[in-house]
Design a protein around this ligand. Structure first.
Ligand code: HEM
Length: 397
């Protein structure tokens, strides 16, 4: 089910949600799976240890028909890639990273993020108008901050950006050859980053993991590469899509934007509301498989059944949010599921919120005349990728 409008979940969701909290759907692969449509049941599924994210388990739902290659891929995960691993193995890796994303550590990162954001806005202003907000701002903000986080050279953000641009050719239908090549290049690069840190550990995330975990034998070289690879992708693909979408949405709500400009203390609430409103990681990003028979929402899910949580539907569930289709920066929408829920809930959410807050606040403060340079109907939205966003966003001021 695709979005038909960039400012709303797929139209079918409302109907499904009305009918039942869980619905049986036919996948393009010809297999069937459950979709979870309501907020309460979505939380239940995401928190239930009998529902697994392990893609190697039998029955794990694939959107495309199984090929020899996809079967091979399902059967092998790189060490350290903990997104698709269940506890207790999942927790081993996650626990090592938790201190890196604490409220305190993220607070300490804010001045660095602000410097990156200001520098990019300076460059955008000196080169335009017009400018593509994605190329000049949405993409480089996360890749440059990730370079700081990983302790890799500032110049390398160009490398990351170009590879990540190719990697994003990962669509809901699977990986393209270009994406596969980009993934291999990123991994090779990160392997090198870890090797250098082993020789000379810096005061950054990789350096600390090398000193505290690798040197003690808790973590292997390859597992560390796997961990930071997933971190990089998780951080980049989400933030760089949220930045332009949030900007466009606020431009379409001038009253709320004026309030935010007048009172910057409103930004944290606005960021959560934008995350809820767009719910850019949806069904395909929340694939799961039941490992035991369980009953949820009055529905029996059998062991081996595939499950997709439609967080964009849950976040627009009228049982949990009043007027869910309206953007309301005063809503206090912290119970949204845009960062997931349960043991896999976004590890970088404090950092993601800080990035978005600083990016939006600074952009709207420093570029008061910011506007879309083309009509919304002419903007290329990513209706085909696993994470929603925009391919280009021409702006003027
Ligand atoms: C602001 C935009 C962001 C959004 C919307 C977002 C969304 C999500 C979602 C929905 C999940 C859970 C997926 C699932 O349960 O299957 C997740 C997991 C994760 N995210 Fe984020 N994320 C964002 C930013 C970040 C950042 C900035 C980082 C790191 C620097 C990050 C690191 C992670 C990691 C490591 C996981 C996996 C956690 C686990 O499996 O235990 N994310 N994210």
């Amino acid at each position: 089910m695709r979005r038909q409008c960039p400012f709303a979940p797929p139209a079918e969701y409302a109907q499904l949600r009305e009918e039942a909290p869980l619905a049986r759907v036919m996948l393009p692969s010809g297999r069937t799976a459950w979709v979870v449509t309501r907020h309460a049941e979505a939380q239940q599924v995401l928190a239930d240890p009998r529902i697994s994210t392990d893609i190697t388990r039998p029955g794990f739902p694939a959107l495309t028909p199984e090929t020899p290659e996809s079967a091979r891929k399902r059967g092998r995960l790189h060490e350290g890639e903990f997104f698709n691993v269940d506890p207790p193995e999942h927790d081993v890796y996650r626990r090592m990273l938790i201190p890196e994303f604490s409220v305190k550590r993220v607070k300490a990162m804010r001045p660095g993020i602000q410097t990156v954001v200001d520098r990019l806005i300076d460059e955008m202003l000196s080169g335009g108008p017009p400018a593509d907000l994605i190329e000049s701002f949405g993409q480089p903000v996360p890749s440059m901050v990730i370079c700081q986080l990983l302790g890799v050279a500032y110049e390398d953000h160009v490398f990351f950006q170009s590879r990540i641009r190719n990697r994003k050719m990962v669509t809901v239908a699977g990986e393209t050859a270009l994406a596969r090549a980009a993934i291999a290049e990123i991994r090779a690069y990160l392997d090198d980053v870890v090797t250098r840190a082993e020789q000379e550990p810096g005061d950054n995330l990789v350096g600390r993991l090398v000193t505290e975990r690798l040197a003690t034998g808790e973590l292997s070289h390859n597992a560390l590469v796997g961990m930071i690879h997933q971190l990089l992708i998780a951080a980049h693909e989400t933030t760089h899509n949220m930045i332009p979408l949030g900007v466009l949405t606020l431009l379409r709500h001038p009253g709320q934007l004026a309030e935010l400009r007048a009172d910057p203390a409103l930004w944290p609430g606005a960021v959560d509301e934008l995350l809820r409103y767009h719910s850019i990681v949806d069904g395909a990003g929340f694939a799961r498989v039941a490992i035991e028979d369980i009953e949820i929402g009055g529905q029996l899910i059998r062991a081996g059944d595939g499950v997709f949580v439609l967080t964009a539907s849950a976040n627009h569930d009228e049982r949990s949010f009043e007027r869910p289709d309206d953007l309301d920066i005063h809503r206090g929408a912290r119970n949204h599921l845009a960062f997931g829920y349960g043991v896999h809930q976004c590890l970088g959410q404090n950092l993601g919120r800080a990035w978005l807050e600083i990016a939006y606040e600074t952009l709207f403060r420093r570029v008061p005349g910011l506007r879309a340079a083309v009509e919304v109907d002419d903007l290329p939205f990513k209706y085909d990728t696993a994470i929603f966003g925009m391919y280009e966003f021409p702006v003027a001021w």
